[in-house]
Design a protein around this ligand. Sequence first.
Ligand code: FMN
Length: 355
Amino acid sequence: MSQPIIHQLDILYPFIQAPMFGVTTPEMVAAATETGCLGSLPLGDWSAEQSVQAIRATKALCNGQFAVNLFVHKVPQADEALKTQYAGSKQFIEALAADHGIEVSLPGIDEINVDDYHAQLDAALEEGCRIISFTFGNLDEESIRKCKDKGVLLIGTCTSVDEALILEQSGIDMICVQGLEAGGHRGSFATEDIPQIGGLSLLSRVYDSVKVPLIYAGGMYNARTVLAAKMIGASGFQVGTLLLNANESALQPFERAGLKDRGESDIMLTRSFSGRYARGLRNTFIDALEHSGHILPYPYQNRLTQSLRKAARDAGHTGFVNLWAGQSLSGLPERSTKEILTDLVMDTAALNNEY
Ligand SMILES: Cc1cc2nc3c(=O)[nH]c(=O)nc-3n(C[C@H](O)[C@H](O)[C@H](O)COP(=O)(O)O)c2cc1C
């Protein structure tokens, strides 16, 4: 079942190092590639210039191809109502931070950059990237055509059957099916509220509904969970949370310590940090924001909280940083990306042979 994926992605094993903006480093991507898996470099909300720098830094370390990953979101118009709401949220969050000893001046709405993905996509194409994965939406027709003209392989993310159908109908080559268990942002885009369907049901139903190869993401952390996804219809396996504590992760020591001895009751879906639902560790900021009425739509909330998150990170303050993690957060290995992925690949092969 995994043969087409291996050939199309030019990898030895059908495992994908999940793009994790803020966590994935060029070193992590290179290590995944060296292991024979697909490394993924997330470009998140970087400018085109920052994206080019990261792509070049990764190319310098990588022997093989890697995927670049885009946030494909629509930017809501900043009308008067949104401007007023933004000013209120800014005031609320600045006061909250000050109460907790973080003095930070957040940007006004006219000072933030809310560009969409087009400049990043052009930069990735200019840099010769040949595998592009994306989340939060679907590429527009013109972008898909541009990619196809250059022979780029496209991987879209779905969190519902409807989203999978939209992606397939627009010619996307592979679909990453993201289970509700997954760490980080939900890739949802077809409905206002995020779909609540669990990973196993979703994967099975998407498998019954589309013909393109499926990559599963969400809750896989050992051979058993990978093989479960394989049995239900996945030909590729994307792991994120398992790599959070890898040597090549960008997480700082205080963030790694914050992940220790935590379980599923410590994590939740929240829009507090970015305005889009993401799964991560509950903390002071989330508790204060969740029912405050001060959460703006993405990307406004994301931009508004950016300097606060940076100040908190510099100060080692776990209460105000976004620490994304999935439901299989437990006993995260503290080893190299290569060792973690090699073990997963080998254990899966061994268990597969037993049946
Ligand atoms: C810290 C973190 C950051 C993430 N950032 C991205 C991202 O930039 N782009 C993306 O497509 N998915 C992102 N994700 C989601 C992953 O690609 C993947 O769906 C998820 O990690 C799989 O579930 P798991 O965490 O249970 O392994 C992120 C996940 C985590 C944990």
